[in-house]
Design a protein. Structure first.
Length: 175
């Protein structure tokens, strides 16, 4: 397997973050959503101004997965007020783990996930949580394999379409 490294994303990387964000989200969800909803979501959520603001938030952390200096995936973590749900200030949210389709099955997602756990431990988080689309069995299986269990649901808006995300969590006391 080729060598994969994880690198913290800085504000100077915003264009690369936009590119990998749009590409991986499109690869993951375009076949199950309308072109109009995808275009609206990508423009609203992955604009340079929105990503720049997210990178500037001290309660959010971004990491790239790199293979030979090429960005092949990324991770976004949120703490405190940056979390997408007001659950617990002592929790870490995995908001995004996305990997280029060409790298699925090569443990890139696992490496990004392990970086999330490392960050959660450094922050002394009580648990890690995330939302995963109910129609994404690959991701649900990945998180279940890593010990996450469902605890609630919320609505995720993709363009004009309201979709249901399963909220899952992993307590960290014994990990």
């Amino acid at each position: 397997m080729e060598s994969i490294c994880i690198k913290k994303v800085d504000s100077i990387d915003v264009e690369g973050l936009q590119k990998i964000s749009r590409q991986t989200f499109f690869e993951t969800f375009a076949d199950k959503n309308t072109a109009e909803d995808m275009a609206k979501f990508l423009e609203e959520n992955y604009s340079l101004s929105k990503l720049t603001a997210e990178l500037a938030d001290e309660n959010s952390f971004f990491y790239f997965a790199l293979s030979d200096e090429e960005v092949i995936g990324f991770l976004k973590l949120n703490t405190s007020s940056a979390q997408t749900e007001s659950l617990d200030s002592n929790a870490l949210e995995i908001e995004r783990i996305y990997v280029l389709k060409a790298y699925h099955g090569k443990k890139v997602g696992q490496l990004l996930y392990e970086k999330a756990l490392e960050t959660a431990r450094q922050l002394n988080a009580a648990y890690v949580w995330l939302g995963v689309w109910e129609k994404n069995p690959r991701a649900i299986s990945f998180y279940q394999k890593n010990g996450f269990t469902p605890f609630d649901k919320h609505i995720f808006r993709l363009g004009d379409d309201e979709q249901t995300d399963i909220l899952m969590k992993l307590p960290l006391q014994n990990r």
